[in-house]
Design a protein around this ligand. Structure first.
Ligand SMILES: Nc1ncnc2c1ncn2[C@@H]1O[C@H](COP(=O)(O)OP(=O)(O)O)[C@@H](O)[C@H]1O
Ligand SMILES: O=C(OP(=O)(O)O)[C@H](O)COP(=O)(O)O
Length: 478
């Protein structure tokens, strides 16, 4: 019988994988192995972080089916799904096979034109048989976003969720980075007993620190996922002492604030950024990077075709070419350098420039925050971590072992957590809690043994990050 105790920093109504009966069961595990770009793994970190869960469930007799999304193959404008080799799971599967020395089979389902894969058909049955009889070590499903039901709503999503559930006995969510409530992260929990994986638990525990930060708290948000990041930003603004922006988000903000036009920035994005401009008129928390790199082309950083410009020269109606990076000297301007030097907590979900050629802004950002040795530094985001590792490999590896750093596997997820004010407000996590109530997987007498001094339920004790790092790790018992 598994040890049913709860780690002190985990809410006692969250169903945990270490409490599930897995012997002889097929376990469908949603991971966030969204680490592939153009068919190549960028950074294995997210995959490596899920190995404990995979090992744990196999060691306890579970037979794994893994699934992840890769990229954003659904085109919102044309409403089509591109199932292209560059977004396939095969590279991840090869990496896992090399790492674990077990064989994974990837079923092959044909997409229906540009609508993606409509059904998990019966061709998978022989693989399920091989999985149960241990002729293969695991099954890895195709990119979940190749399935028509994954990001759909209503009947289509439900149909895919039911088909996924039909493959397995138990569902485990270890995909902290995948906060969007899709069929494989959310709807599936209506149909199978569901549990949080070990990585999910670890990340939820660390997310609390962002919600009770030592102040001043500086957040840096940059990159390209404008549509999912601009929403949380207005709430995040309220919770930080200083906000630094970069990338596509900053370009939209600059257009909204100064009335300039920047090539490639949509009017709709500028409209959304106006809320932030209004907010900042009163509180003035936005620390602007004044020196930026303008480029005439997206083709690369070509001599004679890029230059440094200053926001001091901005005036309504002025037009600029692409703005593709923060000039490193922006970080030496006193308002910026002081904000970073005085911070006690820094959160970074930020690629400052258009990769791979415009990387000086990101390099300067990462070295600037490292200079503040007393601050707690949280970095999160697939591309954020990849760029950190690529540009500053020595610092990246040192950060993994430095108690002042924590690397989250999801950047957008942490933004969402800050927006919600509670990691248990994430839709896929809420779904796990509701699932436990529906399936009765947490027995009454097991739950409220809370060892952190609180009587029951969940609290945010404002203890230092250091203490959490030293706190007992999530315990796993067979
Ligand atoms: N000014 C810019 N214009 C266009 N793309 C940018 C710009 N700055 C950064 N990017 C792009 O943003 C991407 C990373 O953003 P995102 O996916 O939101 O980060 P993360 O995965 O860390 O959350 C990179 O591919 C980078 O090329
Ligand atoms: O890479 C991810 O998020 P991140 O870029 O915020 O870290 C996750 O895999 C989520 O991807 P999505 O934002 O396309 O849902």
């Amino acid at each position: 019988m598994a040890d049913q105790s709860y780690p002190s920093d985990i809410r006692s109504d969250l169903p945990l994988v270490q409490h599930a009966d897995l012997e002889g069961k097929i376990v469908l595990v949603r991971v966030d192995h969204n680490v592939v770009s153009k068919g190549k793994i960028q950074d294995q970190y997210r995959v490596d972080q899920t190995l404990s869960t995979i090992y744990n469930l196999v060691e306890r007799g579970g037979r794994p089916i893994l699934m992840t999304h890769i990229g954003r193959p659904y085109d919102k404008k044309t409403k089509t799904i591109r199932c292209e080799a560059g977004d396939a799971v095969d590279t991840v599967v090869q990496y896992l096979q090399r790492k674990l020395k077990i064989k994974f089979a990837v079923p092959d389902f044909a997409p229906h034109g540009t609508h993606g894969i409509e059904d998990i058909d019966t061709s998978i049955n022989h693989l399920l048989h091989d999985l149960r009889s241990k002729r293969i070590g695991g099954v890895y499903l195709p990119n979940t976003r190749w399935f028509a039901g994954e990001e759909a709503k209503g009947e289509l999503a439900e149909r895919f969720a039911v088909q996924l559930a039909g493959l397995a006995d138990v569902y485990v969510n270890d995909a902290f980075g995948s906060w969007q409530p899709h069929a494989s992260t959310y709807h599936i929990t209506k149909h199978l007993p569901s549990y949080a994986g070990l990585l999910m638990q670890d990340e939820l525990a660390h997310s609390r620190q962002i919600l009770a930060p030592q102040r001043p708290f500086v957040a840096v948000v940059a990159g390209s996922k404008y549509d999912t990041k601009i929403g949380p930003l207005t709430e995040i603004y309220k919770k930080v002492d200083s906000l630094v922006l970069g990338g596509v988000i900053y370009n939209a903000y600059l257009c909204a604030k100064y009335g300039v036009k920047i090539k490639g920035v949509d009017d709709a994005d500028v409209e959304l950024a106006k809320t932030l401009v209004e907010q900042d008129k009163v509180e003035k928390k936005l620390v602007e990077l004044p020196l930026l790199v303008e480029s005439d082309t997206l083709e690369g950083k070509i001599e004679g075709k890029f230059r440094t410009i200053s926001t001091a020269d901005f005036a309504p109606g002025k037009q600029y070419n692409y703005i593709l990076d923060a000039d490193p000297s922006s970080f030496d301007v006193p308002s910026v350098s002081d904000a970073f030097a005085n911070a006690k907590t820094i959160f970074v979900n930020a690629v400052m420039g258009f990769t791979p050629h415009f990387s000086e802004g990101t390099t300067k950002l990462d070295t600037t925050i490292d200079k503040n040795t007393s601050a707690f530094k949280f970095l999160g985001g697939g591309d954020t971590l990849y760029e950190f590792k690529k540009l500053l490999p020595g610092l990246y590896h040192a950060a993994i072992d430095n108690s002042k750093y924590y690397l989250f596997t999801g950047g957008g997820t942490v933004l969402k957590v800050i927006e919600e004010g509670d990691p248990y407000g994430l839709e896929p996590v809420k779904a796990l809690v509701e699932n436990a109530a529906r399936f009765g997987t947490i027995k009454k007498q097991e739950s409220p043994k809370v060892s952190n001094g609180y009587s029951n339920g969940y609290h945010f004790p404002s203890k230092a990050f250091q203490q959490v790092k030293q706190a007992s790790p999530v315990t796993v018992s067979a």
